[in-house]
Design a protein around this ligand. Structure first.
Ligand code: PLP
Length: 432
């Protein structure tokens, strides 16, 4: 059994009036919650999209992490999902937070996260954001170049610095190392520069890329980090933090096996940073925590039935000439932006909320998003029973890089977030 630390005051926040997380009555399921929301909408004529944010999933992912990577403290990457409920839930679980900007820091602080639980994990920061971090006691931050060191020495000279190194990200669906990370052959010069500026480098970070498909990338990166530790130690820096970044995903195009990743990472940590070496290990998982926690509920706004007069003639089948065209209330400029933005999540398979009988006629269908752009297509050649305006479609695994990226294009309303915890999880949280 993993031991979970929960933060009592944060737990109170979860159940308080300040927070919109609904804690279900005993025996009620997340599906009941979702059915009720759809029913409510039907009765009030509300046809806006919404997410069910199932925070039980966040809790389960946390337990899984603690069980398999007990040495690695998590700092959730806020960029991945900045909904207050997720931040409050993770705060209750006593995780840290990876913030990439003044806005993300502000948001975390406003939700009660303390500055010592934040890493400002962006290597190229606006000066005003560095000043903001300093003024609010956020002292841990990353860098990967000399000019950043210069800026930090001017605006936050007492910061605790983490040197982000570039690592092999060729096994990841979304690569980051062309943009971030110092090459190993530049490290010595960077360390000298930091020494000259009297800056305090305390650790090394890396990111193997988002949606990593091969655990060996972590092993190589941890070995690279050891090399940098040795160099920095020999120059007199008191190195004490290794940050293994993000990249963990169990769904979408990645389907990595978490236990296998954990085994490789634990092996590499034991080899290069054994438990008695005094180095604290942390990670910045984003997708891992939230990808499967959000289900999007979207409703059919409009419908067109297209017929191809020739098709029937070709194959003689009833309805083969009919193509259903649906327009739903969310799309690639909204919650489903992963379809154009996220190489780790390039397709979705919506399913019907209403019960359908297996014998119902299926129609070739295409589903479009609501905007005026033809790029806004969700799925085509999709065989489903006939839908009517007002029917609901559900899309699972929509928690990562969705709400934090969506736009207001055409001024369609954003999906509302309905966060929920089952009574069982609520009791489990309180027991720890
Ligand atoms: N840390 C940093 C610095 C990142 O840039 C990202 C994603 O871009 C993450 C953490 C989170 O990565 P993931 O969602 O793959 O875990």
């Amino acid at each position: 059994h993993a031991s979970v630390t929960t933060n009592r005051s944060a737990l109170q926040v979860l159940s308080s009036e300040n927070c919109d997380i609904e804690i279900l009555e005993k025996g009620k399921t997340i599906n009941d919650f979702l059915d009720n929301k759809i029913k409510e909408r039907g009765s009030t004529g509300n046809d806006l999209p919404f997410y069910v944010a199932n925070l039980d999933v966040v809790f389960k992912r946390h337990l899984l992490w603690l069980t398999h990577l007990p040495r690695v403290k998590t700092f959730f990457a806020v960029k991945c999902n900045n909904s207050p409920a997720v931040i409050q839930m993770l705060r209750a679980l006593d995780t840290g937070f990876d913030c990439a900007s003044k806005g993300e820091i502000q948001m975390a602080l406003s939700l009660g996260v303390t500055p010592d639980k934040i890493i400002y994990a962006h290597t190229t920061k606006p000066r005003t954001h560095i000043k903001y971090a300093r003024a609010h006691g956020v002292n841990l931050m990353t860098f990967d170049n000399e000019i950043e060191l210069q800026k930090i020495s001017q605006y936050h000279p007492k910061a605790k610095l983490v040197l982000r190194i570039a690592v092999d990200d060729s096994k990841s669906l979304l690569r980051l190392n062309a943009k971030f990370g110092a090459r190993l052959d530049t490290i010595e010069r960077l360390l000298e520069r930091a020494e000259h500026l009297d800056l305090d480098i305390i650790g090394v970070s890396f990111h193997v890329g988002s949606g990593c498909t091969d655990s060996s990338a972590f092993k190589q990166a941890i070995s690279d980090a050891r090399h940098v530790f040795d160099l920095a130690d020999s120059m007199g820096f008191q190195m004490r933090l290794l940050d293994i970044g993000g990249g963990f995903s169990l769904t979408g195009n990645c389907k990595a096996i978490f236990t296998e990743f954990a085994e490789t990472i634990n092996g590499a940590l034991d080899e290069f940073f054994p438990p008695d070496c005094g180095v604290e290990i942390m990670a910045e998982p984003g997708r891992y925590y939230v990808e499967s926690a959000f289900t999007l509920a979207t409703c059919v706004n409009a419908k067109r039935v297209d017929t191809d007069p020739m098709a029937k003639h070709y194959n003689g089948e009833e309805n083969s000439s009919v193509k259903m065209v649906y327009y739903i209330n969310d799309g690639v400029y909204g919650s489903l932006n992963c379809l154009i933005n996220d190489p780790a999540h390039t397709s979705v398979t919506p399913y019907l909320h209403k019960a359908v009988d297996g014998s119902e006629q299926q129609y070739q269908s295409v589903i479009w998003g609501p905007t005026c752009d033809s790029l806004d297509k969700i799925i085509e050649n999709f065989w489903i029973p006939e839908l009517e305006v007002g029917d609901w479609l559900l899309v699972d695994d929509m928690g990562a890089y969705s709400i934090s990226i969506l736009t207001d294009f055409n001024c369609f309303e954003r999906a509302q977030i309905c966060p929920v915890l089952t009574a069982e999880t609520w009791y489990a949280l309180n027991r720890f």
